[in-house]
Write a protein that binds this ligand. Structure first.
Ligand SMILES: Nc1ncnc2c1ncn2[C@@H]1O[C@H](COP(=O)(O)OP(=O)(O)OP(=O)(O)O)[C@@H](O)[C@H]1O
Ligand SMILES: [Mg+2]
Length: 358
């Protein structure tokens, strides 16, 4: 029997300090032996967003304990590992350095291979922790900093077909929660309070819904929520606005996903059933999950979502990406370092900024 690779993963790109030990299964999925995530929500709550200096300091204070706890829970030690993988970007440079440096040190000390991982590749591969998925597949990555439709042709081979030209979906949830004073981080709270509201109460804009392919624009939606929030007079109206906002995002994703599915088929000339993989923190949203399942059924795609523990930031997805790279012999270049910006598709046009015409 072939040896099963075991990796330590480390994640410190933003406000979660995380470590995990993951072992591959024979069937192509992963056995997550430990997955420790320490969230810094409490430290950033009063600022309504992540403060880089505070985040970096919290990573420094916690990282050794979190790694030790991941190893202990998994009942493995450095000698049992085949490699160490740490997030190298995109993210906050001061935060990335903490996890990346300690990962490099552990790997050097244990004479193990070290992998600098793209956080977005971690998200992209997270659904395959629990599901056997074959390439190519269509990926919708909806997180706090990114919103992209990608054709995943293979590991390390991504073609972006759509992205946001302004706010990310998670960012729109967070900003709307802030406007409505529903707490930080906002996504899960909007989902919770939307259940108490009526989704058709407010008519909100759906920017570029009928043009620009499967690209997204959400800044105008958020601005309209801000405008309308100034005229609400009761808690019920606040819940109605939260419900209307979530429903509008849901409708935008429904329409844009249909376009992305058509584009996937026409670009790859494939008519058989393929996987539609949804990843990132917003993939935890039940309403969005249900809608995307319906769209998939209608368009002959098999929808795959990660379990909620693998939707938001975690280190299991980083260890898993490391294992995949090891198997394909995609080793680090010499002196690999952290990168604040690191797109999965290097050739994709950068679609942000004033004066953009689509
Ligand atoms: N139930 C939910 N509904 C909608 N959004 C959610 C839900 N749960 C979490 N989110 C959103 O997911 C985002 C966090 O996801 P994630 O941790 O993947 O993002 P990130 O790491 O901050 O950004 P990136 O991965 O792009 O660097 C936040 O914006 C949060 O509001
Ligand atoms: Mg993330």
């Amino acid at each position: 029997m072939k040896k099963k690779l075991t990796f330590l993963g480390i994640e410190t790109s933003c406000d979660e300090t995380a470590a995990a030990v993951v072992q591959e299964n024979q069937d192509g999925t992963a056995n997550v032996l430990s997955n420790i995530v320490s969230s810094q929500i409490k430290q950033h709550e009063r600022f309504g967003g992540v403060v880089p200096e505070i985040a970096a300091r919290a990573h420094v204070e916690n990282i050794d304990f979190i790694i030790q706890s991941a190893l202990e829970t998994s009942k493995k030690n450095i000698n049992n590992l085949d490699g160490v993988a740490a997030t190298a970007g995109p993210g906050l440079v001061v935060c990335l350095h903490v996890g990346h440096n300690i990962g490099k040190s552990i790997a050097a000390f244990g004479k193990k291979k070290f992998f600098s991982i793209n956080h977005l590749e971690g998200h992209a591969l997270s659904p395959s922790i629990e599901n056997k998925i074959t390439f190519p597949y269509l990926l919708l990555l909806i997180s706090g900093g990114h919103s992209q439709y990608l054709i995943v042709k293979d590991l390390n081979n991504y073609k972006q077909i759509g992205t946001t030209i302004d706010d990310a979906v998670g960012e729109a949830f967070d900003k709307t929660a802030k406007i409505l004073d529903l707490g930080y981080p906002g996504g899960a709270n909007i989902e919770k309070f939307a259940k108490l509201g009526k989704k058709n109460s407010f008519d909100l804009p759906r920017p570029i819904i009928n043009r620009a392919g499967c690209n997204l624009s959400l800044a105008g939606l958020k601005t309209d929520v801000l405008r309308k929030s100034k005229h609400i007079n009761s808690i019920q109206e606040k819940y109605n606005l939260a419900a209307s906002f979530q429903d509008t995002i849901n409708e935008i994703l429904k329409k844009k996903t249909e376009i992305a599915m058509k584009e996937f088929r026409s670009k790859l000339k494939i008519s058989s059933t393929k996987a539609f993989v949804v990843a990132g923190g917003v993939a935890a949203n039940e309403t969005i999950r249900e809608t995307l399942k319906e769209v998939s059924k209608k368009n002959n795609f098999k929808p795959i979502f990660p379990s909620k523990e693998f939707c938001g930031d975690n280190a299991a997805m980083i260890a898993w990406a490391g294992i995949q790279r090891y198997k394909k012999k995609l080793f680090n270049k010499k002196n690999e370092t952290v990168k604040p910006r690191w797109p999965l598709d290097n050739k994709a046009p950068f679609l942000k900024g004033p004066g953009l015409k689509l």
